[in-house]
Design a protein around this ligand. Structure first.
Ligand SMILES: Cc1cc2nc3c(=O)[nH]c(=O)nc-3n(C[C@H](O)[C@H](O)[C@H](O)COP(=O)(O)OP(=O)(O)OC[C@H]3O[C@@H](n4cnc5c(N)ncnc54)[C@H](O)[C@@H]3O)c2cc1C
Length: 327
């Protein structure tokens, strides 16, 4: 959301829960997924940045999705590790399973790299084979292996790897496919940016905008984004001086004081959403008021990660609805 909000601060109009149904060089047909209303947007240039779903909107693009699964464990099960672990995958060179304490009482263990065939789902299921693989690798370094019934949750994402193999060939293993991004302009003039990494997002965006400017001969100056601070950014020394809890400063930067002020004005908002997890009701209200959260899953699965443990998600649902109504 920091990226979207920074863009909005510079004039972008951000519409969430709106699905592009068809793209053309001069616009898109869309559907508001909350109301079902459809319409057309006109634009001087169209960039398709829909990740693993990009191939559904333009012809001739072959994405090879690769599923990455994480397990969620209670941190105390692993003795509250003070740092993460890299566990070598037995029989493989240079492949590791990571054990990542999250600082919220949960530890993530991941991740897999498995090819996914067929229709690309909105949310990938986690097969038992992924869970078994991760538990086996984790168990290879523990005296007492973690049991299946000690896994509190699991989630998966699909990497948008670009298929550059010859059509009809078996192709490479997904773990061997390049993580670099590609920018492709269709015959019609729709620019697609796909592949890449979170760590290269700004470069991906700059390359895509350059391609759109070139394809449509748009007037544009040099990109200013390399030195543009995101909403909430500040020097570490300035962040340390903020009168707000450290956890909020890490999460919100300079905006932590505004999130904290919500809870100062109304002490009920200082309460955690669920017992044993640090996210407060104030953070959900902030997400409704300032981070464009529209439905409970925006709050529980996207603006916060409470929802990666199904039991916690069920417990938090009522509060999420309450904060949406109050927003
Ligand atoms: C399991 C996994 C592990 C990863 N690990 C790392 C890592 O360690 N380091 C790293 O740098 N990168 C990592 N990545 C890569 C990184 O997450 C992706 O490269 C990055 O998310 C791609 O960004 P994107 O904006 O292209 O696509 P996405 O982040 O997928 O965004 C695409 C957006 O388009 C939306 N969308 C899709 N279809 C439509 C439509 N028809 N209309 C409107 N909106 C639509 C989707 O809802 C989504 O919000 C990992 C990815 C996965 C899945």
């Amino acid at each position: 959301t920091a990226l979207a909000r920074t863009a909005a601060a510079h004039g972008a109009r951000v519409l969430t829960r709106v699905r592009a149904l068809r793209l053309a060089a001069g616009g898109a047909r869309f559907r508001d997924e909350l109301t079902g209303e459809e319409g057309e947007i006109r634009a001087r240039a169209v960039v398709n940045a829909t990740g693993v779903w990009a191939g559904g909107l333009v012809e001739g693009l072959r994405v090879r999705p690769s599923r990455g699964t994480h397990l969620v464990l209670r941190s105390r099960r692993l003795g509250s590790l003070p740092a993460g672990l890299h566990i070598p995958v037995p029989g493989e060179t240079n492949r590791f399973v990571l054990v990542l304490p999250q600082g919220d009482g949960r530890t993530y263990v991941g991740l897999t790299d498995e090819p996914v065939e067929g229709e690309i789902p909105d949310e990938p299921d986690v097969p038992e084979t992924d869970i078994g693989f991760l538990l086996d690798v984790l168990g290879s370094v523990l005296d007492t292996p973690v049991r299946r019934d000690e896994v509190d949750g699991a989630f998966a994402g699909l990497r948008p790897l670009l298929d550059t193999s010859a059509p009809g060939s078996a192709g490479e293993r997904t773990s061997d496919i390049s993580r670099r991004h590609a920018v492709l302009t269709s015959g019609e003039g729709v620019v697609t940016v796909v592949g890449g990494k979170l760590t290269t997002y700004r470069r991906m965006a700059e390359d895509a905008v350059d391609a759109a400017v070139a394809a449509h001969r748009l007037p544009a100056g040099p990109s200013p984004t390399a030195a543009l601070p995101l909403v909430g950014a500040a020097e570490p020394a300035a962040l340390r001086r903020l009168p707000a809890p450290t956890r909020l400063v890490r999460r919100y930067g300079t905006e932590a004081t505004a999130v904290h002020a919500l809870a100062e004005r109304d002490r009920s908002l200082a309460e955690p959403v669920i017992p044993g997890h640090p996210v407060t009701r104030a953070e959900l209200l902030w997400a409704v008021r300032h981070e464009a959260a529209l439905v409970p899953s925006d709050l529980l699965d996207r603006r916060t990660r409470i929802g990666v443990v199904p039991h916690d998600r069920a417990e938090a649902l009522e509060t999420a609805r309450e904060m949406l109504a109050r927003g």
